[in-house]
Design a protein around this ligand. Structure first.
Ligand SMILES: C[S@@+](CC[C@H](N)C(=O)[O-])C[C@H]1O[C@@H](n2cnc3c(N)ncnc32)[C@H](O)[C@@H]1O
Length: 276
């Protein structure tokens, strides 16, 4: 397991990320100018369909101002900042990649949200929180990097209150082998995809009841077709975060979706009242 976490860390190593972001963001104004979460939308929502997917997932999860929210695999923090700005809730993000956590803190300073949104470097398989601490846990485009799904979903169940919500938005295996590299893995060694059915089984076994189950593959395909028609996204975008090969990684994700090799799943679960 250590080896596979090291491989994932290496994939998201993002050397010098915060400095690169500082340079790229001069396009939006001087360092002391406060930015809105919306201005960062092209570079801080690291998943298929971008901000629109986070908007929908938060609605399904029933986030409110009183929710204590954990974003597992929080990336550079776009979903966490969006939730705090939209609902007024407190959000904690954890991510395996130290450069991503550093960048998430920097961007959150730039949006003036540091009092409401915080980030820690930690593994999803060993969450540094007490049992029953959160009302809502989000997991967006992270599980495909994690082979030990039983442990992942048990950890999420552990830190959720009974009756709390777990909202996941992930890439799932559909039919045939994916083409690599993809945005979460440059080789199959760090890609740990499951089918939608196997994902559901692993989550329910960890002590969850399914509330929402939605196949988003067609919406993702439409998004890919639109992206292809509209050309490269405005700068700064996710290329700043993932480096010069990001266009190739995301082109392969599009190809895998359009060829039916991969699918996209949105699902929300309720934490059962006792651990299994
Ligand atoms: C594709 S990005 C998604 C980021 C964010 N959820 C978003 O949607 O903007 C995947 C993230 O998961 C993180 N990650 C992968 N495996 C992890 C693990 N075992 N524990 C914590 N974070 C992990 C990576 O470091 C990366 O930031």
């Amino acid at each position: 397991m250590t080896d596979s976490l090291d491989g994932v860390r290496d994939h998201y190593r993002a050397t010098g990320l915060t400095e690169r972001l500082k340079t790229a963001l001069t396009a939006l104004g001087p360092e002391d100018k406060r930015l809105t979460p919306q201005q960062l939308g092209a570079l801080d929502q690291f998943h298929t369909r971008g901000l629109a997917a986070t908007v929908e997932l938060a609605r399904f999860a029933g986030v409110t101002a009183d929710s204590s929210v954990l974003d597992v695999g929080s990336g550079v923090g776009g979903p966490a900042r969006f939730l705090a700005a939209t609902y007024g809730c407190q959000v904690t993000g954890v991510d395996l990649s130290e450069p991503f956590v550093d960048a998430a803190r920097y961007l959150t300073g730039r949006t003036g949200q540091s009092g409401q949104v915080s980030f820690q470097t930690a593994s999803a398989l060993e969450l540094p929180f007490d049992d029953g601490r959160f009302d809502v846990v989000l997991l967006q485009h992270v599980a495909m990097n994690i082979s030990d799904r039983a442990r992942l979903y048990c950890e999420i169940r552990r830190v959720l209150k009974s009756g709390g919500r777990f909202a996941t938005y992930d890439v799932v295996l559909n039919s045939g082998e994916p083409h690599y590299p993809v945005p979460w893995a440059r080789t199959p060694a760090t890609s740990c995809l499951l089918s939608a059915g196997a994902t559901r089984e692993a989550i329910e076994t960890a002590g969850f009841r399914t509330l929402t189950w939605q196949d988003d593959t067609e919406a993702a395909k439409d998004w890919i077709v639109q992206l292809r028609a509209s050309g490269p996204p405005p700068s700064p975008n996710l290329g700043v975060v993932m480096g010069p090969d990001f266009a190739q990684l995301s082109a392969n994700l599009g190809r895998n979706l359009l060829e039916g090799r991969l699918g996209i799943l949105t699902a929300v679960f309720e934490a059962a009242s006792t651990n299994p």
